[in-house]
Write a protein that binds this ligand. Structure first.
Ligand code: T5A
Length: 221
């Protein structure tokens, strides 16, 4: 545990179902009366949301990979100090939709900026705060794309990258998960309810307190 709280992160390629699972996790904890805070990256603070707008919605701007990395980390430095640390200090479960593993996979590996330099800069941005557990929701790029296209919204700047870029991101996640015991892969190809069931079981076995206290062994269909 980080401080008194618990820091959980949900990761994966575009359309893997992270936001859906973050919402289902939050609903489960609400029903169980477990105090928690849910936020997304980049974002989560006023400055982070402004940076998100530049990074994802400003399609007319050319953002070089180095600037992309530093903007992600600028948003993160505020996020950790204004959102994550206070939530952990209050003893809450902090749930973040994306965090440092996105930076390692997208900027460090897929953009080719280098993992060790990216980790070093990230360390400065976070002040050394890391998740207790990161869940990587794994689906093929095709499945992620088809889930996203069913939403019918316009692609953001990064989503306009080609399949080779996202395959590189997916492979990076798989490698990073193999190397770090605090990162767990979740097969996210099943239905929303099935994947949520996997998440519940995993959290209950990894962190009996507070998740054993959250009632119901299986989600309702
Ligand atoms: N980024 C971010 C970096 O490059 N570096 C960084 O350091 C950080 C922090 C953020 C972008 O920024 C990049 C990565 C991203 O490109 P985002 O909005 O957080 O953008 O990420 P996206 O992956 O683009 O978000 P999506 O909303 O597209 O994907 P999700 O959250 O994985 O998917 P979700 O839950 O919204 O679901 C998508 C659709 O699929 C359905 C949902 O209902 C929804 O319609 N769905 C399922 N359908 C069938 N079966 C399931 N199990 C389903 N789960 C969800």
């Amino acid at each position: 545990m980080s401080g008194q709280g618990l820091f959980l992160v949900l990761e994966g390629v575009e359309g893997a179902g992270k936001s859906t699972q973050a919402r289902l996790l939050s609903q489960w904890l609400n029903e169980a009366g477990v105090p928690h805070h849910l936020a997304r990256e980049p974002g989560g603070t006023p400055v982070g949301e402004a940076i998100r707008e530049v990074l994802l919605e400003s399609r007319h701007l050319e953002i070089v990979p180095e600037a992309e990395l530093l903007l992600m980390l600028a948003a993160r430095s505020a996020f950790v100090r204004q959102v994550v640390n206070p939530a952990l200090a209050r003893g809450e479960v902090m749930i973040s939709d994306r965090f440092e593993l996105s930076t390692f996979a997208y900027q460090g590996i897929a953009r080719g900026l280098g993992l060790s330099r990216t980790r070093e800069l990230n360390e400065f941005a976070t002040g050394g705060v890391h998740p207790d557990l990161t869940l990587v929701f794994d689906v093929s790029i095709e499945v992620g794309r088809s889930r996203q296209s069913s939403e019918g919204r316009r692609k953001d700047r990064i989503e306009e990258e080609n399949d080779a870029f996202f395959e590189s991101v997916r492979q990076a996640y798989l490698t990073l998960a193999r190397e770090d015991p605090a990162v767990q892969l979740v097969d996210a190809t099943g239905s929303e309810t099935e994947v949520h069931g996997i998440v519940r079981r995993l959290l209950k076995s990894s962190f009996p307190e507070p998740f054993e206290r959250a009632r119901g062994s299986e989600p309702s269909p």
